[in-house]
Design a protein around this ligand. Structure first.
Ligand SMILES: NC(=O)C1=CN([C@@H]2O[C@H](COP(=O)(O)OP(=O)(O)OC[C@H]3O[C@@H](n4cnc5c(N)ncnc54)[C@H](OP(=O)(O)O)[C@@H]3O)[C@@H](O)[C@H]2O)C=CC1
Ligand SMILES: Nc1nc(=O)c2c([nH]1)NC[C@@H]1CN(c3ccc(C(=O)N[C@@H](CCC(=O)O)C(=O)O)cc3)C=[N+]21
Length: 309
C-alpha cells in the first residue's frame, strides 16, 4: 500500500468483475441442474410504485432469467396490507420451486420492515437480512450464512484491486446501516483489517478518512467524500447511488453519482470504483450467486454452491 499518488487511480471495472461472477454462477447452476434436475428459483417481491425500485427489481428478474433460473416477480400495490405481504412470503417459503426470496426495500410506512424480514425463511434469505444470517455473519459461520450482496460485492472489488490478502490494512467505513455499513464492517474484520466505523456523530471525518488504506463510502450523500479526504494510493469503494440534477444533459435531466467526489478522488486514490459501473452490478451478481448457494443447500448438495468471496 505504499503507492504514490500519480495523478490517476486505477478505475475498478465493477461491470467486468460482475460478469466474471455471473459466469461462475452459470457453471454452478448447470452442475446443480445436471445432478439434481432442479433449477434454482428466485422470487422478487416489490410493494408500491417507486420508479427506482421498479428498475432495480426488473434488472434482478432479467439477470435471473439470463442465469437460467426460475424467476418470479410479485408486484403488489402500495396499499397491500402487512398481513397479505406476510401471507405471500409464507407461500414462497413453502414453495419448492423457490430457493431465494428478496423483498425490495424500502417498504411503505404502514408495513413493519423488521417483521417482514423476520418472516423470510433464513435458508431462502438471499439478501442476508434475516437476524439469523446477520448472527451467522458476525459469528463467522460462513458455511451456513447467506452473505449480504452489496457488502460481499464490495469485498470482491477490494481484492480485485489490492490482491487477496487484506490483513493489517486500515479500513474506514462511512455509514452503519444494517444493510450496508455494519455487514461491510463484519466482512472487513474477517479479512483481518483494522476497522473504523464513521457515522453522523463522528468528529473530524476528513482526518479519519485520510488514514484509510481502504475507504468505503455508504452514506447516501452525493459526492460528500472529497479528494483531500483520500489517502494517496488508497482503495476507494463508493457504494452510494444518488440521483442529482444534470442540466448539462438538458432541462430536467438527472444523473447518478456516488457518495464520493469522483473527479477529486480519482487524482489521489490508487484504485476507485465508479458510479455507475462499480458496486451496483456486483450487488446483482452476488444475488444470483446467493440464489444458487441457497438452492444447493436446500437440495442437500452444499458442495455445489459457487465459491465467490
Ligand atoms: N450499490 C448498491 O448496490 C447499493 C447502494 N446503496 C446506496 O448506498 C448508500 C447508503 O445506503 P444505506 O446504508 O442503505 O443508507 P442509510 O441511509 O440507511 O445509512 C446511511 C449511513 O450514513 C450515515 N451518514 C449519513 N450522513 C452522514 C454524514 N453527513 N456524515 C457521516 N455519516 C453520515 C448515517 O449515520 P447515522 O447512522 O448516524 O444516521 C448512516 O449510518 C445510499 O446511497 C444507497 O442508495 C444501498 C444499497 C445497495
Ligand atoms: N431487499 C433489497 N435488497 C437490495 O439489494 C436493495 C434493496 N432492497 N433496495 C435498494 C438497494 C439498492 N440496490 C441496488 C442494486 C443494484 C444497483 C445497480 O445495478 N446499479 C447500477 C446501475 C445504476 C443505474 O443506472 O440506475 C450501477 O451502479 O452501475 C444499484 C442499487 C439494491 N438494493
Amino acid at each position: 500500500m505504499e503507492r504514490e499518488a500519480n495523478g490517476t487511480a486505477d478505475i475498478i471495472d465493477g461491470k467486468a468483475v460482475a460478469a466474471g461472477v455471473i459466469e461462475r454462477v452459470k457453471g454452478a447452476r448447470n452442475q446443480l441442474e445436471a445432478e439434481t434436475g432442479v433449477r434454482p428459483g428466485l422470487a422478487v417481491v416489490l410493494v408500491g410504485e417507486d420508479p427506482a425500485s421498479r428498475v432495480y427489481v426488473r434488472n434482478k428478474s432479467l439477470k435471473a432469467e439470463e442465469c437460467g433460473f426460475h424467476s418470479e416477480q410479485h408486484s403488489l400495490s402500495v396499499e397491500t396490507s402487512e398481513t397479505d405481504l406476510l401471507a405471500l412470503i409464507q407461500r414462497l417459503n413453502a414453495d419448492p420451486a423457490v430457493h431465494g426470496i428478496l423483498v425490495q426495500l424500502p417498504l411503505p410506512k404502514h408495513i413493519d420492515e423488521k417483521k417482514v424480514l423476520l418472516s423470510v425463511s433464513p435458508e431462502k434469505d438471499v439478501d442476508g437480512f434475516h437476524p439469523i444470517n446477520v448472527g451467522r455473519l458476525s459469528a463467522g459461520a460462513r458455511d451456513e450464512a447467506l452473505m449480504p450482496c452489496t457488502p460481499a460485492g464490495s469485498i470482491i472489488l477490494m481484492k480485485h484491486a489490492l490482491g487477496p490478502n487484506l490483513s493489517g490494512l486500515d479500513a474506514v467505513v462511512i455509514g452503519r446501516s444494517n444493510i450496508v455499513g455494519k455487514p461491510v464492517v463484519q466482512l472487513l474484520l474477517q479479512e483481518n483489517c483494522t476497522v473504523t466505523v464513521a457515522h453522523r456523530w463522528t468528529r473530524d471525518l476528513p482526518a479519519i478518512c485520510r488514514r484509510a488504506d481502504i475507504l468505503v463510502a455508504a452514506v447516501g450523500q452525493a459526492q460528500m467524500v472529497k479528494g483531500d479526504w483520500v489517502k494517496p494510493g488508497s482503495c476507494v469503494i463508493d457504494v452510494g447511488i444518488n440521483r442529482i440534477a444534470a442540466p448539462e444533459k438538458g432541462e430536467g435531466k438527472t444523473r447518478i453519482v456516488g457518495d464520493v467526489d469522483f473527479d477529486g478522488a480519482v487524482k489521489v486514490a490508487g484504485a476507485i470504483t465508479p458510479v455507475p459501473g462499480g458496486v451496483g452490478p456486483m450487488t446483482i451478481a452476488l444475488l444470483m450467486a446467493n440464489t444458487v448457494t441457497a438452492a444447493a443447500r436446500l437440495l442437500g448438495r452444499p458442495e455445489l454452491a459457487p465459491i465467490i468471496v
